[in-house]
Design a protein around this ligand. Structure first.
Ligand code: PAF
Length: 283
C-alpha cells in the first residue's frame, strides 16, 4: 500500500493510473475508520483495479463551535485497517497542502445543501463540497464511494459531480449498523455507556416510522411525531427531524406511492450530535 502526502504525488499517481488503463475507486474519509468506511473500501476493491482512501480531517467543514480540535484520530490504526480492507493507496495530507496560502476558491451546491444539516451547520456543505471537488479533481477516479449515513452529503456530492461534469460514478452505500441498530459513526466514541443506550432512540424512531408507513400511514406529521416520541422518551434533544423527497430533499407533507422518501434525524445525545436516516416507503 502506497502512502501519499502531497497533491503532486497524487497527480503523478493518477496520471500513471490513467496511462495503464486501470480503474480507480476513491474513498474519501476523515479517518478514525470503522466498519462503515471499510465496507466502502471493500466495495471499491470489488469494482475497480485499485482503491485510494483519503484521510483528512477537513477543517473547513467544521463550524467555530464544533469538534474539530477533539475529532478522534488514529493514523496508524487507520493505515492498518485500510491495508486489510484492500486499499492500494492512502492520501494523508496536512491542511496546508490542501489549503495553501492564497487559497480562495470554494464550491457551493445551492439547492440540496439547504435545510437539514445545511441549515443547522452553516458553511458545512461548502467545506465538504470544496474538499470533495479537490479530491475528485486530483485523483480523477472512475468511481467514488460514500456512506448513506451522511445522506444529505451524498446528494450534495452527486450534484457537484453532475454540475461540474466531473464524470465520476458516485456510489452511495448502505449505512452499517451495530447489531442493536446504532449507525456506525466516528463520533460514537464520544458517548458514555448511558448515552450509548440513549442514542438507540435515533434508529428505533426511524424504524418505527418506517413500519408505520408500511402499515399505511401517509401523513408526515404523524410519522414525524412517532420519531419524536422516541427522542423525548430517551431524553434526547432534537436538532431536526424531517421527512423529505429522497432526491430533492424537499419536505413532504404526505407520502405518495412511487415518490421515494427519506426520514432524517439529527439529535444531541449529551453534547454529541448524531445523525441517522432511513428510506420510508408508502405501504
Ligand atoms: O464524510 C466524511 O467523512 C467527510 O465529510 C468527507 C466526505 C470525507 C469530506 O471531508
Amino acid at each position: 500500500m502506497q502512502i501519499l502526502s502531497t497533491v503532486a504525488e497524487v497527480q503523478a499517481f493518477s496520471a500513471r493510473q490513467w496511462s495503464t488503463g486501470k480503474r480507480l475507486a476513491l474513498v474519501p474519509t476523515m479517518g478514525f475508520l470503522h466498519e462503515g468506511h471499510l465496507s466502502l473500501i471493500r466495495e471499491g476493491a470489488k469494482r475497480a483495479d485499485g482503491v485510494a482512501t483519503t484521510i483528512f480531517v477537513n477543517p473547513t467543514q467544521f463550524g467555530p463551535t464544533e469538534d474539530l480540535s477533539r475529532y478522534p484520530r488514529d493514523l496508524q490504526g487507520d493505515l492498518d485497517k485500510c491495508q486489510s480492507a484492500g486499499a492500494t493507496v492512502v492520501f494523508t495530507p496536512e491542511p496546508k497542502e490542501i489549503y495553501p496560502p492564497g487559497f480562495q476558491t470554494s464550491v457551493e451546491v445551492t439547492q440540496v445543501s439547504q435545510g437539514l444539516c445545511g441549515e443547522k451547520r452553516p458553511g458545512h456543505f461548502k467545506g465538504v463540497a470544496t474538499v470533495v471537488t479537490k479530491l475528485l479533481a486530483m485523483f480523477r477516479p472512475h468511481l467514488a464511494l460514500f456512506g448513506e449515513k451522511d445522506y444529505q452529503q451524498l446528494q450534495v456530492i452527486k450534484a457537484l459531480n453532475a454540475d461540474l461534469n466531473l464524470g465520476v460514478e458516485i456510489v452511495g452505500m448502505p449505512t452499517v449498523r451495530e447489531p442493536d441498530g446504532l449507525a456506525l459513526s466516528s463520533r460514537n466514541t464520544y458517548l458514555s455507556a448511558d448515552e450509548r443506550r440513549q442514542a438507540l432512540a435515533l434508529s428505533r424512531g426511524l424504524k418505527a416510522a418506517q413500519a408505520l408507513a408500511k402499515a399505511g400511514e401517509r401523513d408526515a406529521q404523524v410519522l414525524l411525531e412517532r420519531i419524536r416520541g422516541f427522542l423525548t422518551d430517551a431524553k434526547i434533544r432534537e436538532d431536526y427531524v424531517a421527512l423529505v423527497n429522497a432526491q430533492t430533499l424537499q419536505p413532504l407533507l404526505r407520502l405518495e406511492p412511487g415518490v421515494p422518501a427519506r426520514a432524517l434525524i439529527a439529535a444531541f445525545v449529551g453534547k454529541t450530535r448524531l445523525i441517522d436516516n432511513l428510506s420510508v416507503v408508502a405501504g
